[in-house]
Design a protein around this ligand. Structure first.
Ligand code: SF4
Ligand code: SF4
Length: 333
């Protein structure tokens, strides 16, 4: 049986996820667990049940429709007996119960995106794959990218940077040895990433221990991937690479980290970065999913943003906020 990735949202008319007006396709499944995550519904690969307390009218319909008895009280289900049939969602009259994630074929997603093609063309926009981590599904991405590219649509991916290439050799060997390059470019992950126009690459914390503490993984493979993609940009191969730093109060916005990220980008030969100011709009989602909330802070103060911007510019980089990027050439020579 064919299985498809779970898509938990397709948002249209987006202006912060690449050039122009775009549609963003959000996949479930992420290898990181950032404490400040604004999309915790993206973490797990499988579809999930959520309950929005404020919408619940406590009618008890979900208790009656649940076939396994997993629903014990309005919005209180036992995960060990829930078989994820989502009948409770279908029967909930108020929309309090929500299913996060639908398996959708590439053809189905393409058909939805196709309705927006005229807008993309008019605005210089396109489609951005996000998540979660879209690179977890390279075959699926290829099956979507091929028709989108044939339609002349600009395609981008937002990534946490944690993916694993095969046939990887040091960059100079990869570029100099035709056989090594053929092996590298024949893998499906590169077929997906190499077919993109733009990769929006998040760099969060440069300190290894702090990255493990706040994001749940080592950051070395992420940095290796960034350097590799930057090197390929310099070699005229692969997609445009655009670095981004989520500015999270008390976690990523300190001077040492901002400077370290900016230096790392500069050392990779790229000359700009987008700062993504933290907002706390995702906090309530932890309650919807009945997960302990890991982090909540006020939206980033304007003053902190300006300080970070100055630090980035002091390192010789152009600095942007989401939506004001020009996506001009980034290469430092
Ligand atoms: S069916 Fe919906 S509105 Fe009614 S009790 Fe259950 S969650 Fe609340
Ligand atoms: S998803 Fe199905 S089994 Fe789980 S609580 Fe809802 S109705 Fe019950």
């Amino acid at each position: 049986m064919t299985t498809y990735p779970q898509v938990f949202a397709i948002q249209h008319f987006c202006v912060h996820d690449g050039p122009g007006i775009r549609s963003v396709v959000f996949f479930k499944g992420c290898p990181l667990r950032c404490s400040w995550c604004q999309n915790p519904e993206s973490w797990r690969l499988e579809a999930e049940l959520g309950h929005k307390r404020r919408r619940c009218i406590e009618c008890g319909t979900c208790l009656k429709t649940c076939p396994t008895g997993a629903m014990k009280a309005p919005g209180q289900w036992a995960p060990e007996t829930c078989n994820q049939c989502f009948r409770c969602v279908a029967s909930c009259p108020s929309g309090a119960l929500t299913r996060f994630g639908e398996p959708r074929t590439a053809a189905d997603v393409h058909a939805e995106l196709a309705k927006e093609f005229a807008l993309y063309r008019q605005s210089g926009g396109g489609v951005t794959f996000s998540g979660g981590e879209a690179s977890l599904f390279p075959e699926y991405l290829v099956s979507l990218l091929d028709p989108l590219r044939a339609d002349g649509i600009h395609v981008a991916m937002e990534t946490c940077g944690l993916f694993r290439f095969r046939h990887l050799r040091p960059l100079d060997e990869l570029l100099a040895d035709g056989d090594a390059w053929c092996a590298f470019e024949s893998q499906v992950l590169w077929k997906a990433i190499g077919a993109l126009d733009l990769v929006l690459f998040d760099l969060k914390l440069m300190d290894r221990a702090r990255h493990r503490e706040h994001c749940g993984t080592d950051n070395l493979p992420i940095h290796d991937n960034f350097r590799l993609l930057a090197g390929l940009v310099h070699a005229g191969r692969g997609p445009q690479l655009w670095p981004r730093l989520p500015l999270v109060p008390g976690i990523t916005d300190d001077e040492d980290n901002v400077r370290a990220v900016a230096r790392f980008v500069r050392q990779a030969g790229l000359g700009a970065i987008t700062l993504l100011p933290y907002h706390n709009l995702g906090v309530e989602k932890f309650d919807w999913l009945r997960r302990p909330e890991a982090f909540s802070a006020a939206t980033l103060a304007e003053e902190r943003l300006l300080q970070a911007r100055q630090l980035v510019e002091d390192e010789g980089l152009r600095c942007y906020q989401p939506g004001d990027e020009d996506y001009g050439p980034l290469i430092l020579r």
